[in-house]
Design a protein around this ligand. Structure first.
Ligand code: HEM
Length: 228
């Protein structure tokens, strides 16, 4: 089947847009919620239960997240496996960044399928078990699963960070060379910050969080002394 240039252009635009809204926004929310694992099982499970009790949550899951991801994923597979190599059009570094964009997208296909199957569609969650911290902690005890999650976090962080750079170019937000350099730096910063936050969440589930940016816990005496 062949499609017109106009339809192809519209699909590419929609592909680009869905990568940021809603998928990118969901990714940020998901990383933030999971980073509550740093505070332990009770805080994490409370936040997960709050999210699960939102009104219309299943409709949101299906139409706000599931359908856009499926659309982006299917079109992404077509682009990643049939697209031109992009050679010669941009600098050397940019070609590598674009290659990694496609490779990280393909890694994410496997990762997202495994992640959704082993969490949202797991027997535990389907029968209403609310100890999601315990579920993740159990799975991440296995070194191979932990390594696969690290790969997934790095792929999602890079794909979204570098994707923001592509988005800024495709939507005419970064047109000149300086603006494009800034967009590339922003993308790199998003990649690094999300990678750190995501890997720290994984470490928290196995009881080894990094305490880099946390205030020292207050002692009982200090807390008691501050009361009127
Ligand atoms: C965590 C989920 C994902 C997020 C947040 C995301 C986000 C993005 C963003 C923001 C872009 C940049 C759009 C642009 O350049 O204008 C993009 C591009 C792309 N995505 Fe995704 N994506 C995700 C999953 C996937 C998956 C599973 C695939 C499957 C292969 C995929 C394949 C692609 C491809 C091939 C491009 C480059 C399109 C091009 O420039 O021609 N993405 N994505």
């Amino acid at each position: 089947m062949t499609i017109s240039d106009r339809t192809y252009y519209t699909l590419k635009r929609l592909h680009s847009l869905t990568g940021v809204v809603p998928i990118g926004l969901f990714l940020l929310e998901h990383f933030f919620t999971n980073s509550l694992a740093v505070h332990g099982a009770a805080a994490y499970n409370r936040a997960s239960e709050d999210l699960a009790s939102l009104p219309y949550v299943q409709l949101l899951e299906i139409f706000g997240i599931g359908v856009p991801i499926l659309f982006h994923m299917v079109l992404g597979i077509v682009i990643a496996t049939t697209g031109q190599a992009n050679a010669g059009r941009h600098g050397y570094a940019r070609n590598w960044m674009y290659l990694l964009q496609r490779v990280s997208g393909l890694v994410l296909v496997a990762y997202i399928i495994y992640h959704v199957w082993s969490t949202r569609l797991s027997a535990e969650v389907l029968r209403g078990d609310t100890d999601l911290f315990g579920l993740m902690a159990n799975q991440l005890q296995h070194p191979a699963v932990f390594a696969f999650y690290v790969l997934g976090v790095l792929a999602a962080s890079y794909h979204f960070g570098n994707g923001l750079f592509g988005f800024a170019i495709h939507w005419g937000i970064a047109t000149g060379a300086t603006a494009q350099r800034r967009a590339a730096r922003l993308g790199l910063a998003v990649f690094l910050v999300l990678s750190l936050v995501g890997i720290n969440s994984l470490l928290s589930f196995v009881g080894r969080p990094l305490r880099l940016f946390e205030r020292a816990p207050e002692t009982t005496a200090a807390v008691a002394g501050s009361r009127p």
